[in-house]
Structures are given as structure tokens and as C-alpha cells.
Design a protein around this ligand. Sequence first.
Ligand code: KIV
Ligand code: ZN
Length: 388
Amino acid sequence: MFIESIEKSKKNLKISDKIKIFDTTLRDGEQSPGIALTVDEKIQIAKRLDNIGVNTIEIGFPAVSEGEKESARKITELEPKADLCGLARVVKSDLDALLDCDLSYVHTFIGSSQLHREYKLKMSKETVIEKAVEAVEYGKEHGLTVEFSAEDATRTDIDYLIELYKSVESAGADMINVPDTVGVLFPSATKILIERLKEEIKIPISVHCHNDFGLAVANSLAAIEAGANQSHLTINGIGERGGNASLEEFVISLIVAYGIKLNIDTKQLYNLSDYVSKVTGIKIPPNKPIVGGNAFAHESGIHVDGILKNAATYEPIAPELVGHSRKIALGKHTGASALKSKLNEYNISMDENQFCNVYDEIKALGDKGKTITDADLKAIAITVLGKS
Ligand code: KIV
Ligand code: ZN
């Protein structure tokens, strides 16, 4: 059977025993145009991320503003279980800003692709390596855990990328991160890249995938298949342009599709997603996997009939696993069993004739393009019962 052959092929993957979940909602997520979180909102999100059990929270970019420093300090004072990390360019003043907030983990970065070196940084390959090594050494001298990112890694010449990563590894970096800064990777290419880096680099490897072509989660999973130890993620996939890899999609795929154990309390995902959506103002599309309003909603008669007999017929996971709930929607696709179940839910009983009238009314409204809410159903039923 196909499913059995999938199970066998999973055994050939190079998945690491311990996969770390690095959340960057408060840093890359907040970099989405239009989002500016208050210190209090950042604290609330950090607390919730800590509660669901992520390994690392990137709390922001302390060098950019006083507000960033204040939230970094306040989140540090909470003494969460998760490691707290701050972003820094490979410049001492950025690392100092982070030390000033008592953070003990830095994510430091510099552009590595020719585009970034020549147009943005105006630096030679050698200078980029020099600056990266200096920053890593400075971080280590000050007792920091250092994760190093080669920004735009996926558009960087591979030999140079390896040279840069090897240099920071020798300088004492604890982890390298591979940012797909403009989301140009695709899953098979991601696997080749990570496998190649694994041959050359001994410290753990992380990935940071952007969603410009809608492939961020698929690429992050492909990286894990190739042996990456960590993925950077954001709640609801928020982030610059098309966003980052979505934490909820990545986590549920790993647990359910790959069968990997993670210490994440998935039951809190829906509430966390809802909270982040409210405070950022970024609405969740109804068809968003895992947390969207329609993720566990059913309207078609055939589907609802199946769901009522065994929910697994049309649901890959139970909504409760992510703290969501099932919704039976009414409309032109509604079947008799869905309608009966809705009427039962509201303790409305009627004879066969009345039932047919309600059913016809719902179909007629659905055909006019109307969405029929539970309140509409109750009103229709009362009218029909009143007439007889
Ligand atoms: O996307 C990116 O390259 C980044 C870097 C700061 C790592 O967010
Ligand atoms: Zn990014």
C-alpha cells in the first residue's frame, strides 16, 4: 500500500533526534510592514510562546530602538524556560546592545551573496568573513551562545558559503543558520544544500525559510529531512513580504505527517494564533491550514455525512489537537444528515414535512449566495414551526 511505502521511505531520512523550534514572531514577524507591537504585547506573546514549549524565542533586535531594549529586558526578567535570543548585525555595538539587556544568546548576521556584498554592504568576500569572525569571537568572549546567519545564503556561491560558515565555526559559533532570505529555494534543492553543508560543518544547522513562493514550510521540512537541527518559524507565518515558515503548520506536519515527537503543547496553537492575529492586525485567511476558520469546517452534504459517521473521513487531525473546533456550515451543499444534526444540537424537533420546508429554504438561500448562520437556521425553523 502507498501509505506503507511512505512509512518505509521515512526510515531513510536523516532526521535529527532533537529538532529545535526557534520562534521569530517577535523579530522577523514584527518586521512585517504595518506591525508595531507594544512592549506589553511583546511580553504577552513571549509568555505564550514559552508556555507552548518552543526552544528559543527571538525577542527582537535590541540595537534598533529603546522600545526594543525595554521589551528585551522585561522578557528576560520573566526568566522563561525557553532560550531568549536577540538579533545583531556583525558589529560590536549591536552585540553590546544585546548584552545590555542581559541576553545570553545572539543571532548575528551579515549578507553573503554577491548582491548583498556588492550593492548593500560594498564589502569584499574577505571583509565579510573578517567581520563575521570578529563578531562571533566577540560574542564568545562575552559568554554568549552564538548563532550565525549568512543572509541570502541561498543565493550565495556554495564554495564561498562553506568557507564563510567554516570560518565562523572555527571562531566558536554554536550554530549556523541558513536563511532563504527571499524564498527562492524549493524542497529538493533545500535537501541538496543542507546535505552538502552537513558534510562540511560539524556544529548544528538551522534554517530560516521565507514564503515568497509559498514554499517556506515545505522547504523547512525538507531541511529537516536532510538533517537540519532547527527551523526558524513565526506564528501564522507572519514576516516580511510573503512571510516566514508558519510555526503551527511546521509543528503539526512534523508531529502528524512525520511522526516526530516534539515538546510542544499543540492544544494552545489556535489561541496563540488568534492572539497574534489580534495584536498584529494581520487577519488569518479562512483557508489557512491548522488555525483558519475553515480548517475544520464542513458544508458539503457528502462530507458532513462522513464526518458525522467518523470525523476522520474528512479531517486529517482532530480539531482539539490544536485547540480549534469543528464547524458544520449550512448552505446550498448541505445534506439532510447535516441539517438533522444541527436541529438536534438545538433541540428543535419537527415532522417530516416541516423538515422538508426548512431544508428547501436553506437550499434556496444558499443558491442566492447567502451564508446561513446557526441563528438564521433557528429563525427559519421557528417560522416553519409557527406556520404549521
Ligand atoms: O531573512 C533573513 O535573511 C533574516 C536574517 C536577519 C537572518 O531574517
Ligand atoms: Zn528573515
